[in-house]
Design a protein around this ligand. Structure first.
Ligand code: AKB
Length: 348
């Protein structure tokens, strides 16, 4: 046993823990009995997940915070969820680059150092995004319906560029980092899922461009009018939050030798904004939903594919979503959102 492992506590690190995916992932890991969760976020944690983890409130770019983490913990797995999403990143591109790229680079270096200390690979799970794709126009989008991982990697947003580059950095750290050092250097185990738009019943995203779907649904459940910022026919793929968390955990648990690549698309259903509106109206017949496109945000969504091909994930690690479109709306989103806002009303 190394000196470090006699002194430090083993831990699973989750960055961006206060965000939507962090919230759902922590609840799921804690429900499975995982106790050694250490989290970092610039924001405080929501009350319901605070007791489940040891939280460090602070900036990932703060090297002293990272140094403190590794003096206290032997970090075996990193779920690196922290990011500025696509709309917010267009408003503050430099800040987005710092958080999304420099933040990721710092953590990859930390993972590489920990890998050497422990002499076994730290697993680095990285959620990427449909934003890494950039289709040049609507005709191309119509023609190339289900895009594979290596196609159309020409993002038109800062966020998409950041995610695509960090995917490559992850591959570099897995295969080539310190390639000129003497002897063999153990490398990290980087694994990436590319998510489509995510929809959660419990939380709302902030700063994304696929946000119109969850916003429409949550506004209807709250009895508030909603003006959708993309045209009715704009279509992208989506995944319900429980499936997003399942995908992360399935990829993390997959035996290394079954993985033929480090980057995998995952998806469930592809819907136009009109089809989402129709489903929301079916569940909440009085909902007031209008379409008032913001042509700049709409152009971002138009550059994302109508659907993605996730067959590599299906073949390599048995991925298949549990929530197809009917089950996602009828058994998860609508009932859980109703419960969520009823609970809120009861607490007022
Ligand atoms: C965003 O809209 O920026 C995100 C994403 C598609 O990754 N939800």
């Amino acid at each position: 046993m190394s000196l470090s492992s006699t002194m430090r506590k083993r831990a699973i690190l989750i960055t961006g823990a206060s965000g939507e995916v962090g919230h759902a992932l922590i609840q799921r890991l804690a429900a499975e009995g995982t106790s050694r969760l250490v989290t970092v976020d610039i924001r405080p944690l929501p009350d319901e997940i605070r007791p489940l983890v040891t939280h460090f409130e602070g900036d990932l770019l703060n090297t002293r915070l990272l140094a403190r983490l590794v003096t206290e913990y032997e970090i075996e797995v990193i779920y690196h969820l922290a990011a500025l999403l696509s709309t917010r990143a267009e408003i503050a591109p430099e800040a987005a680059h710092q958080v999304n790229v420099e933040g990721t680079l710092g953590l990859l270096m930390l993972a590489a150092d920990q890998t050497q200390w422990m002499n076994r690979p730290v697993q680095f799970i990285f959620p990427s995004s449909i934003a890494v794709y950039g289709l040049p126009d609507k005709e191309t989008k119509l023609h190339f319906q289900r895009v594979r991982e290596f196609e159309w990697n020409q993002p038109r947003t800062m966020y998409g560029c950041n995610k695509l580059y960090c995917e490559m950095l992850g591959g570099y750290f897995t295969r080539y980092y310190r390639q000129l050092a003497a002897g063999s250097v153990p490398t990290i185990d980087f694994r990436c899922v590319r998510f489509p738009g995510l929809i959660s019943a419990d939380t709302l995203p902030s700063g994304g461009t696929s946000d119109y779907a969850p916003e429409m649904l949550h506004a209807a459940a709250r009895g508030e009018p909603y003006a959708c910022f993309v045209r009715e026919d704009v279509r992208i793929p989506f995944l319900a939050m429980p499936d997003a968390v399942r995908a992360i955990l399935m990829l993390s648990q997959a035996p290394r030798e079954t993985l033929t690549r480090s980057i995998y698309n995952v998806t469930s259903f592809s819907l136009s904004a009109r089809q989402i509106r129709d489903r929301v109206l079916h569940a909440f017949p009085g909902a007031e939903i209008s379409f008032e496109p913001d042509i700049k945000r709409e152009a971002i969504v138009d550059s994302w594919p109508a659907d993605v091909d996730d067959s590599a994930a299906r073949i390599d690690w048995g991925w298949s979503p549990e929530y197809g479109v009917d089950r996602a709306f009828d058994e998860y989103l609508v009932p859980a959102i109703r419960r969520h806002y009823r609970r809120d009303e009861a607490q007022v």
